[in-house]
Design a protein around this ligand. Structure first.
Ligand code: NDP
Length: 235
């Protein structure tokens, strides 16, 4: 058997990123798990090890672009490549009229949802290129196609992300790398509960169901590139 595939997962402390980290580990992928919440990352590590997998924990605020660069250098020194990048981290920010969103809110939401993903592309591209078949998935949102009142900061950040990722995908089309966007739709997580506090979480699909749709997009078999892929329930 060859060496295990190596995947970097952001937002791995909870929600969709955590479920994806567990699903990848269960599929034999070695996971580099990024988030700020160290305790939650340690609990993820315990769960992955208990299932016979392996993880490397990276407590990092993704607003720290230099930290992302250092992570790229560390991955290069240790493994020389990265097979998969799954960018799940995100913040909702306050739901507010655009004319009341403060500059601080706009900076924070765009820094986490857009600029950090640019820094990841910048730092990880050479490593994805060094892999035989690098794959990347960036998690977006239906808000880009269907903007609505009070969602301005989040919608703007995700629209920027989609534009950036589609350009990047076009650039790598001539390489073995494949890059896509994924829209999970309403999912039972802390972010969704913040956006819709009155909703019954049990009426929503689980992060595990979403993760199961993202895993194939990170495999060498995925040939799709530059697409915005919507969650589809199993038939
Ligand atoms: P959660 O709030 O449950 O998880 C968000 C994750 O992002 C956490 O692991 C958090 O880790 C991480 N994160 C946030 N800010 C930072 C930061 N500054 N540095 C590092 N990590 C950070 O959200 P979901 O799982 O629901 O969301 C995952 C993705 O799916 C997001 O991109 C979201 O926009 C998207 N999405 C979700 C939908 C839903 O219904 N849930 C619908 C459409 C899209 P920590 O706090 O430990 O740093």
């Amino acid at each position: 058997m060859g060496e295990a595939r190596l995947a970097l997962v952001t937002g791995a402390s909870r929600g969709i990123g955590r479920a994806l980290a567990l699903a990848l580990a269960a599929a034999g992928v070695r996971v580099i798990a990024v988030a700020r919440a160290q305790r939650a990352l340690e609990e993820l590590d315990d769960a992955i090890r208990a299932a016979g997998g392996e993880a490397t924990l990276v407590p990092l605020d993704l607003k720290d672009g230099d930290g992302i660069d250092r992570l790229g250098a560390t991955i290069y020194e240790r493994w020389g490549r990265l097979d998969a990048l799954a960018a799940c981290a995100g913040v909702l920010g306050p739901l507010t009229p655009a004319h009341q969103a403060t500059p601080g809110v706009m900076h924070e939401v765009i820094a986490v949802n857009l600029l950090s993903n640019h820094r990841l592309i910048r730092a990880m591209h050479p490593l994805l290129r060094a892999a035989p078949d690098g794959r990347a998935v960036f998690v977006s949102s239906g808000i880009v196609a269907r903007p609505r009142a009070y969602w301005g900061p989040y919608a703007a950040s995700k629209a920027g992300l989609e534009a950036l990722v589609k350009c990047y995908a076009a650039e790598v089309a001539i390489t073995p790398i494949r890059v896509n966007l994924f829209n999970p739709g309403a999912t039972r997580t802390a972010m969704r509960a913040k956006a819709y506090p009155g909703e019954d979480p049990m009426s929503l699909k689980t992060p595990e169901e979403v993760a199961a749709r993202i895993v194939p997009l990170l495999s060498p078999d995925c040939r799709r590139n530059g697409e915005l892929i919507e969650y589809e329930a199993a038939p």
